[in-house]
Design a protein around this ligand. Structure first.
Ligand code: GRF
Length: 179
């Protein structure tokens, strides 16, 4: 990953599909002086994503893409990324699998966050989807943290504690990459 030059922050797009708590956290982080990135674009595949509200709140450009045709959607996204001079992508709860072609175009410049201890539980039917799509998961784990599951845990309580850790780890991962 390229080193930071001068004071310019790396133009970043955050891809979301849902609540956007990681998005909000990344935006907040991006505003501190030591952050290597600035969030310049928010992309979603779903106009109902709650996280899109953060675009208005923080006055960041947002764009929703219709995924009826993946190829068309990805090509449109790539055009916009180029136009906006985006150099880095943070996936934060994006519920679409990016194609190999897309990843190649942004090779080494995309990071993701996942709520399980990868490679375990690559969530949401990931195994069957990956097999059908002949996808290969690539890339290395930047940071990982274990969250203890207690006997009293249910989905909600565990998700809450995991998210808390995610919000610490995502900025730390960005720092790690660029330093
Ligand atoms: C997070 O748990 C993330 O790890 C997963 O999707 C969830 C997104 O949550 N990929 P939010 O939209 O950032 O609140």
């Amino acid at each position: 990953m390229e080193k930071l030059t001068g004071l310019k922050k790396i133009k970043t797009a955050v891809f979301i599909s849902g609540t956007g708590s990681n998005l909000k956290n990344i935006i907040r982080f991006s505003k501190i002086k030591k952050s290597p990135i600035s969030v310049n674009l928010i992309i979603s595949n779903d106009s109902r994503s709650k996280g899109l509200n953060f675009a208005n709140q923080f006055r960041i450009r947002k764009k929703i893409f219709n995924y009826k045709n993946i190829k068309v959607a990805e090509n449109k996204i790539l055009i916009l990324l180029k136009k906006e001079k985006i150099k880095f992508i943070c996936l934060a709860g994006y519920m679409k699998i990016l194609s190999e072609n897309f990843i190649k175009k942004f090779s080494g410049k995309i990071i993701n966050i996942h709520p399980s201890l990868l490679p375990k539980y690559k969530g949401l039917n990931t195994h069957s989807r990956a097999i059908t799509n002949k996808d290969k998961f690539s890339g290395k784990i930047i940071l990982q943290k274990k969250v203890k599951i207690t006997a009293r845990d249910n989905f909600t309580s565990l998700a809450k504690r995991v998210l808390k850790q995610e919000h610490k780890l995502y900025p730390a991962a960005i720092m790690k990459i660029f330093n």
